[in-house]
Ligand binder design. Sequence first.
Ligand SMILES: Cc1ncc(COP(=O)(O)O)c(C=O)c1O
Length: 388
Amino acid sequence: MSITEIDKQYIANTYARFPVELVSGKGAILKDSDGKEYIDLGAGIAVNAFGVADDEWVAAVTEQLNKLTHTSNLYFTEPCARLAQMLCERTGMKKAFFGNSGAEANECAIKVARRYAFEKYGDESHSTIITLKNSFHGRTIATLTATGQDGYHTHFGPFVEGFVYAEANSLDDVKRLAEENNCVAVMMELVQGEGGVCKLDEAFVNGVKALAEEKDMLIIIDEVQTGNGRTGSLYAFQQYGLNPDIVTTAKGIGGGLPIGIAMLGEKVQDVLVPGSHGTTFGGNPVCCAGACSILSRIDDNLLSEVKAKSEYIFEELGNAQGVKSVSGLGLMIGIETEKSAKDIVNACLEKGVLVLTAKTKVRLLPPLNIGWDELKKAITILKETIAE
Ligand SMILES: Cc1ncc(COP(=O)(O)O)c(C=O)c1O
């Protein structure tokens, strides 16, 4: 049996895979089982921040693999302590909780908000969280409930209580929900990734910030996709001048290994106590050693490269034939096209360029350090394909 056949027979049918078996890669170049090469503008959906098999990351991970792979959270280990320290120093957050995925980071955020409300009011009366329509926060039952898209909810009820959904960019709607419910928090992505790469308006975010202060609601920013240099700053909230109470992240900081992080600000830093939350693999030394290596390289130089590449893509595609609009921030870009996005993705695949979709748009999430030559070549192919 071929790998495709084995996969189809034995793996749960949750993914509509492309007819390609990837076997290896270096940086932004991937190779399939026929030896065909692809320029990767998807980075494993914003995970491979420095592409695949990145030398520095491989060295950091390998060194830790040879030293200590797993201990459980009953003992202290260096990589997670160092990672938490680096994250807090660079974000102003106070503490980090480590899990294994974006959904798990958001689960932690939800638990922290609820427990904060319980401690404050002595019961569960103020535990509602406002999330935005068109958002995506994960696929566990609670994060699926938090996700403001009906399409993801179908067939999985009953859901957990305590979530209400506001129209993205409508401060009136957030205000209305805050009046109608006893809310503990507003949770949002600053650029809605799965929702179609839609950037929130600054005026809206500022309004939510002011409302949260007035109503004593927590601000939870989901930076699972926007985080770790993706939008041109270490975290997108830093461009919005926010001071969030909880920031969640995952994807790019792992560089390819699973990690999810909930960063806790001053107000909530002491909400979690021994026994209140945990996970077996959280803070895994190998994942954290890799993440330290990734985080240490998301510096001003890399971030200005991200911005320069973003400007290049916006300029190239902004007025290109067949393009209706370009949205996003940094290297998180959505392209609304006249032709179907799916057809474009398939045609690009044929031509050796990997791109993604987000709803009806073509989505680009290239490795942050993609070489200019590779990027220009891939964008030229993409432009031609969109125009055809
Ligand atoms: C904004 C956002 N939050 C949460 C998640 C869920 O992350 P994971 O798939 O690692 O659980 C994703 C995944 O795409 C995401 O984009």
